[in-house]
Structures are given as C-alpha cells and as structure tokens.
Design a protein around this ligand. Structure first.
Ligand code: HAM
Length: 442
C-alpha cells in the first residue's frame, strides 16, 4: 500500500512537472534568435508606419466563430473554448485578426482616421496535432492595415515580409499568391465548385460532404490524400474573377514584378479562414517538412462591416514566429552573445559593499557587470569570471582598498593596471565602452 502510494505520488509529481502537450518553454539559451527577430520586425514595422497594438488573449467565442467562420478547421476542431464561472463562452485567441478588428470597431478608430496600421507579437492557441513546426501554443508576428483599398498595399505587405526575411538572412522561400475574389464574383465560382464537387461526391470524405452545403470552399482545405486527388482539377477562384478583382490582382503582380520579387501564382491557395477576399498569400519554406507555411495573409474587405463597423477595406498577415526561428536555427544564424564586460572580484566585507555600489552604477550605464556575493575565494571567483567570458576583471581586496589602487585585469591580454577609487566608475565605463566598440567592429 505504502509502495503504491509512493509510486502514485511520484507519477503525479512527474506529470505536473511537464508542460502540456503542444506547449513548450522557450529557454534563455534559445531566446537570442527570438529577440533578434523581434527587434528587426519592430524596426521595419515602425519604418512602414505601423504602430503596436496589444490585445487580450481571451475573447468571446462568438468573435472568432463569426470572423474565422463556423465551418472551418480552426473553429470546428481547434479552439480552446470554455465557459467561465458565469457561463460566458470564452476562447483563447487562435489568431489576432478578429481581435484587432474588434478593437478597431470597439474604439471607433475609424472616426478619427480610418487608415490605421497595427502590428502585434504574441501567443496564439490552436489544438492541432503537435509536430515539428506545429504547436498548440505558438507565436505570431501579426500586421493589419485598415482603410486602404489600393492594390499597392497588398504588394507592399508582401514586399515588407520579403524585406524582413532578407534582413534575417533567410533564403529558399517562395511567395505563393492568389486572388479569392469578392462577393460579386464568388457566387459564380461557388456554383462551378459545387457542380464539380457533385461529380466527385463518391470519392470525398464525410467531412467534405458535410461541408458541401455549409461552406463548399472549405472542402478545398481537406488534408485527406484521396480527397485531394479527387479535387485536383477543381475550379479555381482565379478563373472566375470579376473585372475589378482581376484588375486589382494585375496591379499586385506587376508591382511585385517591378520590385524584382519572385512569386508563384497558386490557384489552389485558399487559406483556412473564411474572411478573405481578393489577394491571399503564403510564404512557404521547404525547411520544415509538412509545415511549409512560414507566413500567411490576405485581404478581408468585408470583415469590419460584418462585425458591425462601417464598410472598411482591410488586409494583413501573420508570421509563424516559432517556424521562422526554426528555419533560422537551421541556417545557424544564432547571434553570438556579447561577452560579459566586467566581473568584480570583491574580497572581504568592505570590498563587497564597494563592489555592490560600483556594479549598480556600471549596470545603470549599460555595462554588463557581474559580481558574486557568496564570499568565495579569489581562485574560485577568477574561475567564475572565466566561465562568464568576462573581458575585464576588477580585483578589490582589503589591500587594494587601503592603498587606493584597485586592479583592473584585461582577460584577453592579461595586462593589469591600477585605478584610484575617486574616478573609478567613469574610468571603467570608458574602458569597457571602448572594448564593446572594438568587439562590435570585429
Ligand atoms: P494562419 O495562416 O492561420 O493565418 O497563420 C499564420 C501563420 O501562423 C502560419 O503561416 C504559420 O506559420 C503559423 N501557424 C499557424 N498555426 C500554427 C501552429 N499550430 N504552430 C505553429 N505555427 C502556426 C492567420 O492566423 C491570419 N490571422 C493571418 C492574417 C492576418 N490574415 C490577415 N491578417
């Protein structure tokens, strides 16, 4: 009995000490690429006139159901939905567009200026089958533009994405673009699609058949190999575009061509969310196996109105942050950590106190300074300085304090100088800053 309890206890402890399936920690050792991407993305977004927006992680379920579409994989199968204590149905956001549209409408942003550009970076939640590049909590870098109908914005967002990936050193990506038409041209396409599907009915799965009446476009998302084969020659939206949609798509293509950006017109690209109209795109990579889409986006000219705002054209994209980092890891673009600038070896209580104040002032000035407060010996402190790859070590013991001659050792050249306490911190800042500049120059 006792042994059984012990075993159960052990198992219980083991389970709660594991992240939930599809959820993971991003550890300090992995974070440098995430930070590098974030810095580049923010720099670029700001240059293109975007402002950051922060939105809640939890929203009313209906917001997502109405914007992404009731009959989509995300809403039917993947959302983390629960009732709170009052019985309100809430969902962990599976994407950012719906919430940003909600915010645009809720705060009546269109009354001040309908043209708005936002970006946000944060976690999303979808209960998909976890595998490489696919997680249940994953991160997106999202951008949305409101109030601009012109096709130049479509090209500009694809240009922006391309520029970001170029700056991050990514190669081998391909941009797949398509046009999904508008409410004017959709009905004739849907009719052709339904006729086609009708002729293939006996080869389609139950889910496809169910979607026939409710949302036939989503049949084209089916991942089952037999269905995909049956649907290989299905009609494409591109062949049913009205004149306006066709002209719009032409401008997108010619602009990208003039900017020297390669793209593939991919008639089969339908995206998995219902809100799209006109231009839709995905940036794909071959580096992540089945999870080829590293970013996806498109126009959604009807969504603001659909959710209760005024008619407002809109367009945006989201980058799969986890996937982007995984591709960067493969091409070994991990930025080297800047080494520690200075380690303070303080021996004895008086030196410890002095060292504490020096280190705070140096940290304040942006100098990466560490010291050890455990009262260790000179030998073990020097070992620690080595372990942290300190560029300089400041040695302060009782003698040094008494003689007002604090020793500064250059760990690369092994040269030592003595510094007086009066001007110690400014002197150290000068020396360390020169050294940082030299490191950055190399
Ligand atoms: P999405 O295609 O569903 O679009 O997601 C965008 C990107 O998020 C994908 O291309 C992929 O890189 C990443 N992603 C999606 N699911 C996962 C997952 N389970 N694990 C890891 N990464 C994932 C949207 O979310 C739209 N809101 C994009 C948009 C913004 N359209 C207009 N504005």
């Amino acid at each position: 009995m006792f042994i059984l309890n012990l075993a159960n206890n052990f198992k219980y402890k083991e389970n709660i000490m594991q992240t939930i399936r599809g959820f993971r920690d991003i550890l300090p050792e992995q974070i440098s690429l995430w930070q590098k991407v974030e810095k580049e993305a923010i720099l670029l977004f700001e240059a293109f006139g975007f402002k950051e927006i922060r939105i809640p992680i939890l929203e009313k379920t209906e917001l997502f159901a109405r914007s992404i579409g009731e009959v989509t994989d995300i809403v039917e199968k993947e959302m983390y939905t629960f009732e709170d204590r009052k019985g309100d149905k809430l969902t962990l956001r599976p994407e950012a567009t719906a919430s940003i549209v909600r915010s645009y409408i809720q705060h009546k942003m269109y009354t001040i200026d309908p043209v708005r550009k936002f970006y946000m970076i944060g976690p999303m939640f979808r209960r998909e089958r976890p595998q490489k590049g696919r997680y249940r909590q994953f991160y997106q870098i999202d951008a949305e533009v409101f109030g601009i109908e012109s096709a130049y914005i479509d090209s500009q967002l694809i240009f922006l994405l391309n520029e970001l990936f170029k700056r991050l050193g990514l190669t081998g990506l391909s941009a797949h673009i398509n046009s999904l038409g508008c409410p004017e041209c959709r009905p004739s396409f849907q009719k052709a699609l339904l006729d086609f599907i009708e002729s293939k009915k006996d080869r389609l799965c139950e889910n496809c058949l169910r979607r026939m009446d409710k949302n036939p476009l989503r049949i084209l998302d089916c991942k089952i190999a037999d269905c995909r084969k049956a649907l290989a020659n299905a009609p494409a939206t591109l062949d049913y575009l009205c004149n306006d949609c066709s002209d719009h798509f032409d401008i997108v293509k010619t602009t990208l061509e003039k900017q020297g950006l390669d793209f593939i017109v991919d008639k089969s690209l339908v995206r998995g969310l219902d809100y799209y109209t006109r231009t839709a795109w995905e940036i794909q990579t071959t580096a992540l196996g089945a999870q080829s889409a590293i970013a996806g986006g498109g126009r959604y000219d009807g969504l603001v109105k659909e959710l209760g705002g005024p008619q407002t054209p809109a367009i945006g994209f989201a980058i799969g942050f986890d996937r982007l980092v995984e591709v960067m890891e493969q091409i070994d673009k991990t930025p080297e950590d800047r080494p520690l600038d200075l380690f303070i070896v303080s021996l004895g209580d008086a030196a410890m106190e002095k060292g504490y104040h020096w280190s705070c002032e140096l940290n304040q000035a942006g100098i990466r300074t560490e010291m050890d407060f455990r009262g260790k010996s000179m030998k073990s402190l020097m070992k620690r300085a080595d372990k942290l790859s300190a560029q300089y070590v400041l040695i302060a013991g009782e003698n040094e304090l008494m003689e007002n001659a604090i020793v500064l050792r250059n760990m690369n050249t092994k040269e030592q100088v003595s510094l007086a306490m009066e001007n110690l911190v400014p002197e150290l800042i000068k020396i360390c800053k020169n050294n940082i500049e030299e490191i950055l120059r190399d």
